[in-house]
Design a protein around this ligand. Structure first.
Ligand code: DGJ
Length: 735
């Protein structure tokens, strides 16, 4: 048929769709310019792999769905069968539906059928994207495949496969995973792992032959999910290196894979992990993969984040109002709900400048601790004899928004709901899944369960119009998650999405936070229906620096909840001064999670100053381009946000530990306009770190005026910060 070239921003995707099989990916990476038909043909021909001894007689075609019939002996893109047959496919190209490929954004080398707007869902391929659907079939196997591809205006690529059973009998699907080729210059892999209170731990290693398979079988995204799987050139960093990265947008079981073959091909891919028998396609039925997000950057990890952040910020549903500074009462009161105490917390919050008050776990029937009550979504009459309204009125009367914690998907066996409906669980017949935080998971795939939850939360929001925010928690893995005797994670994940979507449709002004024992449900599918994530239950500022830095690879700061915790962290027992805690929480959707009714007057004054600082800097922090500094001393971390016209920036510098060298060295400030002049100075709204003493470098505290080029290439000498102290610098253009 043809060769296709999709171009957006600085990225190109070239597909050789001359058939007869699935299109070969000729190139995914940097923009290759406006090649004409002949140029595209020559490029496609010049990149065909050679024949090698002791191998197939024809070159292997690596498509977006690798098949053995095309000479691929690595992980297959499709695994499935029809009672032991039709287990291997040879898809033939039936057609291409091309939309919005214009001369300035791409090229179709020869004649193709150009259709109108393509049927896409889930925001895949927003306006301005170059979009393409590949249609293929394997009549002998009774299967049809369509591949939707969109390259958005910022260079973000999304891919979704849809498989349809065109046979007369059921087809059992085991795996359907889109992949993309990556050139051999990518020699290192970076991915993320984690656990409760230590989400997004980076791990990095050489990309060697074999498969690096990151599987999550938690039934939720997981604390250990690799937010992104990144391949890059040797030594790539935040500000340098060429990289290719993928994200699997799915909140159930999923896999993200990097594979390097002895034959020389390398791929990145990701999809859903399906249990045996989970997807059985009847005649005419089809299955959609989760969206695979893919980003190329030649400006290191900051370039990658830039594409993702710009894409997320361009979504119609992206939160655009100033992100309200939040008090969450969890670490202040836990389950000790007392109206007077909560009212005084709200008063103190108002004095400090807080804009949203969130009542956490413990408000509903029987919930005096974490062993009972989940499922009984009625306000506890004993603890709240007059309901939640008196607190809501008090909070909103102060001008604060009111938010409420919920955990819809769960049930405690010690609850009226469980006693009435012990069969409403996701479980294998005859036994309960192992208990986790004394709770089990409701089977939302059952209409009666879904209807009960929809009615309860719809009623809660309708009866309390003052609730403008839900912290939607999910606190356990789905284990042996059976649905009518069959594996149920896939159906559960879709039903949970439906519940989010329907509640949002009915209550469009209510914002929702995605929380899951901290940060165990952070992915772009849940983010398409929520307004922020709770990155971690760990409020220890030292741990948080890392958790926020790596969560920020995918998400812009305004989507990441960052709270100032108590002086002694509840989860690590470490002690930090307020400046360090507040400077860390500054760079996100800012809040407080601390018993502020019991703090000293001096602490209250300082905390109010930090809240004021956040509000003053919020327009930059929540809209600008994120940069992270590749500092040679691993104990010195710096990050910043530069506004889009390059006129202002905010940087945070933190010393994590002592260093072998006495002087920390200069700090280069990347991301500014090289040709403009800037005043760089520590923020004066809050007290400076206690260690900036008489030996501080001469530019402190008044600041220094330098060009963006000098700041990026030379930098400024840092003061001798003590470990676990931070400095916040403000940068202002001076004409
Ligand atoms: C886990 C969350 O991550 C915490 O912030 C808190 O909401 C608790 N659940 C409440 O049970």
């Amino acid at each position: 048929m043809t060769i296709l070239h999709l171009r957006r921003a600085r990225t190109s995707l070239v597909l050789d769709a001359r058939g007869p099989g699935l299109p070969r990916v000729v190139h995914w990476g940097g923009d290759i310019g406006d090649l004409d038909d002949d140029g595209l043909r020559q490029l496609a021909d010049a990149t065909v792999p050679p024949g090698v001894p002791s191998s197939f007689d024809e070159p292997t075609v690596l498509s977006l769905l690798p098949e053995a019939s095309a000479g691929w002996s690595g992980r297959p893109g499709l695994a499935g069968h029809r009672d032991g047959r039709d287990w291997s496919t040879s898809f033939r190209l039936d057609g291409l539906d091309v939309d919005d490929i214009r001369p300035d954004t791409g090229r179709v080398a020869t004649d193709v059928k150009v259709v109108g707007v393509l049927e896409t869902d889930g925001g895949h391929g927003e306006p301005g994207s170059a979009r393409l659907t590949v249609r293929a079939s394997d009549p002998a196997a009774g299967l049809a495949l369509s591949i939707e591809i969109a390259l958005d205006p910022y260079g973000l690529l999304t891919i979704r496969h849809t498989l349809r059973n065109d046979g007369d009998t059921a087809y059992e699907l085991r795996e359907l995973t889109p992949v993309l080729p990556v050139p051999a210059v990518a020699t290192e892999l970076l991915d993320l792992t984690g656990r409760w209170c230590r989400e997004r731990s980076p791990q990095r290693h050489a990309w060697q032959q074999g498969s690096w398979v990151r599987e999550g079988r938690h039934g939720r995204t997981g604390h250990d999910a690799t937010l992104l799987l990144v391949a890059g050139t040797a030594g790539f960093g935040f500000g340098h290196g060429e990289i290719w990265a993928v994200h699997t947008a799915w909140s159930g079981d999923h896999v993200t894979v990097a594979e390097r073959r002895p034959t020389g091909e390398s791929t990145l891919g990701g999809g859903e992990l399906l249990a045996p028998g989970e997807i059985r396609l009847g005649p005419g039925e089809s299955y959609d993969t989760p969206l695979l997000y893919a980003v190329w950057s030649d400006a290191g990890l900051d370039g990658l984040s830039d594409v993702l952040h710009t894409h997320l910020r361009a979504r119609p549903g992206h939160p655009r109002s100033p992100r309200p500074v939040t008090l969450n009462v969890w670490e202040a009161v836990y389950f000790d709900h007392d109206l007077d105490r909560l009212r005084s917390l709200a008063d103190r919050a108002w004095e400090i400048g807080v804009e949203r008050f969130v009542l956490d776990d413990g408000w509903f029937r029987g919930r005096r601790d974490d062993t009972a009550g989940l499922g009984d979504w009625y306000v506890d009459e004993g603890v709240w004899p007059n309901g939640l309204q008196p607190l809501i009125d008090h909070v909103t009367g102060r001008g604060l928004e009111f938010g409420l914690w919920v955990e819809p998907e769960m049930v405690n066996p010690d609850s009226d709901l469980f006693r009435a409906h012990p069969d409403w669980l996701l479980a294998v017949p005859g036994r309960l899944p192992p208990s986790w935080r004394s709770q089990q998971v409701l089977d939302l795939g059952r209409p009666e369960v879904y209807d009960y939850l929809l009615e309860r939360f719809d009623a809660l929001l309708t009866e309390h119009p003052g609730i403008s925010y839900l912290k939607w928690d999910q606190n356990r893995d789905l284990t042996e998650a059976g649905h009518h005797g069959r594996p149920g994670v896939h159906e559960q994940t879709l039903a949970v999405y439906r519940l989010f979507d329907e509640l949002r449709r009915r209550h469009p002004t209510v914002e929702i936070e995605s929380c899951s024992s901290g940060g165990a449900r952070v992915d772009l599918a849940i983010l398409s229906r929520t307004d922020r994530v709770w990155a971690s239950d760990c409020n220890d500022a030292l741990e948080r620096l890392s958790i926020q830095r790596w969560t920020g690879l995918l998400l812009p700061p305004e989507l990441i909840g960052t709270h100032v915790g108590p002086e002694r962290s509840h989860t690590t027992n470490r002690v930090h001064d307020l400046g360090f805690r507040a400077a860390t929480a500054l760079f996100g959707h800012n809040g407080i999670e601390w018993d502020i009714a019991s703090i000293s007057a001096a602490e209250q004054t300082e905390l109010a100053a930090w809240v004021g600082l956040h509000k003053r800097l919020r327009p930059v922090l929540h809209n600008g381009r994120v940069v992270r500094v590749d500092h040679p001393d691993p104990a010195v971390w710096a990050h910043g946000v530069v506004n889009h016209d390059g006129s202002r920036a905010v940087y945070g510098v933190a010393r994590l530990a002592t260093s072998a060298a006495q002087v920390p060295g200069v700090l280069r400030l990347p991301g500014l306009d090289p040709g403009r002049r800037y005043l760089v100075r520590p923020v004066s709204d809050v007290p400076p770190p206690a260690t900036i003493d008489r030996s501080a470098p001469g530019w402190l505290p008044a600041g220094v005026t330098l060009s963006g080029a000098a700041l990026a290439r030379v930098g400024v000498q840092l003061p001798a910060l003590h470990p676990e102290q931070s400095l916040v610098l403000e940068v202002i253009e001076v004409g």
